[in-house]
Design a protein around this ligand. Structure first.
Ligand code: CA
Length: 235
């Protein structure tokens, strides 16, 4: 029986198709290829892939319409591949339900890391999954969610309630980018949408407390114009 994970690659640029197909095949994934948005919609329905790697610039439609279509019926992970540098496109894709994005040109290890993260999140967020982990660790940073305790290299860090909530939220989604609006809505509710200042202030304080060098963070990375990403935990 074939139990390889199946990845639907939606891409119209031959050099990228060749690169991605080679990397994924060598690393044990099955690849299904769609060169248009229409093909992508039909293959996503008929082949039940485990993940979709989606180019935003397709010949027949905008990639965001493929996201809308897929999100109409499934939470299947979608990673957007974008040549566009405009942050707005990435944010739109994420807000429509894409799980992550990767910007062209990208390397093998970055691509594989993004895919592993997206697949792991879907595997651990299912309805039947065991209770959420109570500990998170990455590098010297350790979070005990039950005790609401954070340590760095064994030293306890004192965070305000909101600072703790932000760090917890990011760590629960470690490896994934969370948009400014998403974080703000989760922490402060929908009323503050679009006001990034309060988040920036909190993040500056968090970094001052947990990072060795707040200007070059080890734990919470800035995705310029998009949001923040906590580096992956060790498990
Ligand atoms: Ca394209």
């Amino acid at each position: 029986m074939n139990n390889k994970q199946k990845i639907l690659v939606v891409e119209d640029e031959q050099s990228i198709i060749n690169f991605v197909t080679a990397v994924l095949t060598v690393n044990g994934y099955d690849v299904i290829l769609a060169k248009t948005g229409a093909q992508a919609q039909s293959l996503a329905t008929s082949h039940c892939p485990d993940l979709v790697l989606l180019d935003l610039g397709l010949p027949d439609m905008d990639g965001v319409d493929v996201i809308r279509f897929i999100r109409g019926w499934t939470r299947l992970p979608i990673i957007v591949v974008s040549a566009r540098t405009q942050e707005r496109d990435k944010v739109e894709a994420l807000d429509l339900g894409a799980d992550d994005y990767i910007t062209k040109p990208f390397g093998t290890s970055e691509l594989l890391a993004r895919i592993r993260t997206a697949l792991r999140h879907v595997n651990t967020s299912g309805l039947a999954s065991p209770a959420e982990a109570s500990l998170f660790q990455t590098g010297d940073l350790c979070i005990d969610y039950d005790k609401r305790r954070i340590t760095v290299a064994g030293n306890e860090i004192h965070l305000t309630q909101n600072e703790f909530k932000i760090v917890s939220l990011l760590s629960r989604h470690a490896g994934k980018v969370l948009t400014h609006d998403y974080i703000i809505k989760e922490i402060w509710g929908p009323g503050l949408k679009g006001d990034n200042q309060i988040l920036r202030v909190n993040m500056a304080n968090i970094r001052r407390k947990i990072e060795k060098n707040p200007g070059s963070p080890d734990y919470i990375l800035t995705e310029v114009g998009v949001g923040y990403r906590m580096v992956e935990g060790e498990n």
